[in-house]
Design a protein around this ligand. Structure first.
Ligand code: CP
Length: 307
């Protein structure tokens, strides 16, 4: 297969297994490109990409911009805090005004789940979701799967643990959809208040004892506690969270075999993950960031100009 089944990348839920495999395969080629002395290809020379970020971002925003540049696309960067949205302009008006400047591809992060789906029904350009509230973060899941495959090969039958704030995590949702479609076994671990009811219906299992969960897995993906999304306190204190659910060297030393540690970033050091683990040889956190550029190049390449 050489084409995606969709013209927008809004969620992993909408992708087929073939779509995911095509992105991951294409990203392999682009990873080779960005490791050459000349890191650029002319593939999207006639394409203009608008990066619209209505929420803060370090990794996703910079890697989309770099990915577009590596593909020779022109880029426009929009930041909410300095835009006319502050004066009351609607999302649709904002995007249509940007599209009037002949933009082909929209990369957007927005705090409202469903903002991308709404836009996709109202504009002509192709859309890539760079994170919508607590809903999905599809390119993070694709780069996570790519990084996992680099370490352990085919994910079918591999044991992948996702630890932490599952309730408010768009990364968790996208990772679950992606990993299940690739045939991995997925287990979740975290305080009961941060594990959504009926989550097992997505084909995952839940373990509340972090030591047992770590012993089970080949790879542990540790998530940030998203205090900014919690309107009420869902656990007593960060200190207590760290005590019961933090991944630290003491816990990992009890396991007989090494496991791979991942984190989508940004890390709350000393809360969900201690520095001696985040910076250890078992951590692939910066490799995830590196792979983000290749994976986003693949997504833009496969979606640009798709009608
Ligand atoms: N992983 C991730 O989405 O990081 P940013 O919020 O910095 O983009």
């Amino acid at each position: 297969m050489s084409h995606l089944s969709t013209k927008h990348l809004i969620g992993i839920k909408d992708l087929t297994k073939d779509d995911i495999e095509l992105v991951l395969q294409t990203a392999k080629t682009f990873k080779e490109v960005i490791n050459r002395p000349i890191k650029k290809v002319p593939t999207l020379r006639d394409t203009t990409v608008a990066n619209l970020f209505f929420e803060n971002s370090t990794r996703t925003r910079t890697s989309f911009e770099l990915a577009a540049k590596r593909l020779s696309a022109d880029t426009i960067n929009f930041t909410y805090s300095s835009s006319s949205v502050k004066k009351g302009e609607t999302l649709l008006d904002t995007v249509n005004n940007i599209l009037a400047m002949k933009v082909d591809l929209v990369v957007m992060r927005h705090p409202s789940p469903g903002a991308h789906s709404f836009l996709s029904k109202n504009i002509k350009a192709n859309i890539i979701n760079a994170g919508d509230g607590t809903h999905e973060h599809p390119t993070q899941a694709l780069l996570d799967a790519f990084s996992m495959q680099e370490k352990v090969g085919d994910l079918k039958g591999k044991n992948i643990l996702i630890i932490g704030d599952i309730m408010f995590s768009r990364v968790a949702r996208s990772d679950i959809f992606c990993l299940k479609k690739l045939g991995a076994n997925v287990k979740l671990c975290g305080p009961p208040t941060l594990i959504p009811n009926y989550i097992e219906e997505l084909g995952v299992t839940v373990e509340y004892d972090i030591q047992k969960a770590l012993e089970w897995c080949d790879i542990a993906n540790v998530l940030r506690i998203q205090l900014e999304r919690q309107s009420i306190k869902l656990f007593p204190s960060l200190r207590e969270y760290s005590l019961y659910y933090g991944v630290n060297k003491k816990r990992l030393d009890k396991i007989k075999r090494p496991i791979i540690i991942m984190h989508p970033g940004p890390i709350n050091r000393g809360v969900e993950l201690t520095s001696d683990v985040a910076d250890s040889e078992h951590s692939i956190i910066l490799e995830q960031v590196e792979n983000g550029v290749a994976v986003r190049m693949a997504c833009m390449y496969l979606l640009a100009g798709k009608s």
